[in-house]
Design a protein around this ligand. Structure first.
Ligand code: FHN
Length: 477
């Protein structure tokens, strides 16, 4: 190796480590190491809970709406922060042990991680902050973040912090800097004269430092959100913020929402505006919202976040709940495309979980108790598409590949046709019941002979072990 090249091989990693904010990062785990547990987890629970949960979609006695995010109620009624706080603070009454119910529900559903709002756009922090008086410590005398983190850890769940960079409370947050980011006072002059956004950004960094310093190992930082016209280093000193987080939490993974550019996985505004790329300097995974990318995003880590009805924060007026079957099939569809599912619950003012959400998570948990191996630690389907369902796959220790065939539409004639060439002996197991199934192989497909009735209405799963040397999909990807 030339002298120049050998010097570069020494300088470059060190400079990159320092660029990440601290020499300790020279020994930090690689991105692959940091992402491994998350890629295997496949399923997490999202929680939106804040002052808006007490308002529950109602303002001055009238429903604000029956659809859309009621965590945005301050924006929807155009209330300044003092008016908003006067209405909302008295209604927010966290009960004791609320967090244990969240953690137990996530565990029961088969979630491996929970991401919850430490601060949403309203600006109210759920931790006991030393740099604010608009926080649970100052207002309630409680550290709700600590209560939640302790409960999650007691159930063996990984901990994720959602943190809004948008802030509708802070009096230095310069909302006129962006025409695309929401603010209740948008279009009106700053009520306090001038604003120095740099002071808000300093506050943002200080609160994030509190969160990274005071609650033990944090697994995920879930930023939210930037605009094409206001993002990244200009808006949030984003690279410094990520570097500071990594310096305190070297194992942490972060999403891409401090930025809004094609290289960061965004093709514009709107929850579906994503590109199929992510430069790791902008985050570790991209975040399609309320939809599942049609063909996944090969080669990029991605997570679909989704509500069970149409609002992230609780609303008394939104009853548009997705069916349990839809939610189970979404999880399967996402895993079959190599992604993660972050499914949201919106607890009420005292932290109680709406019954439809509890029922849905229990239904998912029942399905996962039998079929979880077909989701956890799997990778995307080897098939272009399957008319009757989806497929995930897993490498086995013996070098074979286990295919998990998730059957949504059960064949009426008892023959499941799989566009797959299979040589040598193999057997199919109906995972749902444990029974063995006969199969017949042919030049274009495998026929699996299945019982008359589907054993599971949402999705029955058939596992088939194959030797990759002598088997493969017909019409490969
Ligand atoms: O504005 C927020 C919204 O309230 C919610 O938190 C979602 C969750 O991904 N993120 C933003 C909209 O993209």
């Amino acid at each position: 190796m030339s002298r120049t090249l050998s010097i570069l091989c020494i300088i470059l990693p060190v400079s990159m480590a320092y660029a990440n904010g601290s020499p300790e990062l020279q020994n930090a785990p690689s991105r692959e190491e940091r992402m491994e547990w998350w890629r295997q987890a496949r399923f997490g629970m999202f929680v939106h809970w804040g002052l808006y949960s007490g308002l529950a979609g109602t303002w001055e006695g009238k429903p604000v709406g029956t659809r859309g995010g009621m965590e945005w109620i301050q924006q929807r009624v155009k209330a300044d922060t003092d008016t908003y706080a006067k209405h909302a603070v008295p209604l927010f009454k966290p009960k004791a042990d609320f967090a244990r119910a969240w953690a137990r529900l996530a565990k029961h559903a088969g979630c491996r991680y929970v991401v919850f709002t430490t601060k949403h756009h309203e600006g109210f922090a759920l931790h006991d902050s030393n740099v604010s008086n608009f926080d649970a410590g100052s207002v309630l005398g409680r550290d709700l973040v600590k209560e939640i983190v302790d409960a999650l850890r007691a159930e063996g769940l990984r901990v994720g912090f959602y943190h809004s960079v948008i802030d509708w409370h802070h009096d230095q947050y310069a909302y006129a800097s962006s025409q695309q980011l929401p603010h209740p006072l948008h279009g009106k002059p700053y009520p306090n004269g001038t604003r120095d956004h740099a002071k808000y950004v300093e506050f943002l960094h200080e609160q994030v430092d509190e969160l990274m310093s005071n609650y033990g190992p944090i697994d995920i930082m879930w930023w939210d959100y930037s605009a094409v016209d206001f993002q990244g280093n200009e808006a949030w000193r984003a690279s410094d913020l990520m570097g500071a987080v990594r310096a305190k939490q070297p194992n942490i993974i972060m999403n891409n929402r401090l930025f809004r550019s094609p290289e960061a996985g965004f093709s514009g505004m709107g929850p579906a505006a994503i590109t199929r790329q992510l430069d790791p300097i902008y985050g570790d995974f991209i975040t399609p919202e309320q939809h599942i990318p049609a063909t996944g995003i090969p080669g990029v880590d991605w997570e679909t976040c989704m509500t069970m009805n149409t609002t992230w924060g609780y609303s008394d007026h939104d009853h548009a709940w997705k069916s349990n079957e839809t939610l189970i099939r979404n999880l399967i569809d996402i895993a079959s495309k190599g992604g993660n599912y972050l499914l949201n619950i919106g607890p009420t003012s005292d932290g109680s979980i709406p019954k439809p959400s509890v029922d849905a998570m229990h239904a998912i948990g029942e399905w996962m108790r039998i079929h979880g191996e077909s989701i956890y630690a799997t990778t995307a389907s080897p098939f272009q598409e399957l008319p009757w369902g989806r497929c995930t796959q897993k490498k086995l220790d013996n070098g074979e590949t286990r295919l998990y065939l998730h059957v949504f539409d059960w064949p009426a004639d008892g023959k499941l046709l799989v566009p797959f060439v299979l040589e040598g002996p193999s057997e199919a197991i109906l995972l749902t019941t444990g029974e063995k199934l006969d199969l017949a192989t042919g030049p274009e497909q495998v026929t699996i002979f299945v019982p008359q009735q589907a054993p599971n209405q949402a999705a029955s799963v058939i596992a088939i072990d194959t030797d990759p040397m002598h088997a493969g999909p017909v019409g490969n990807k």
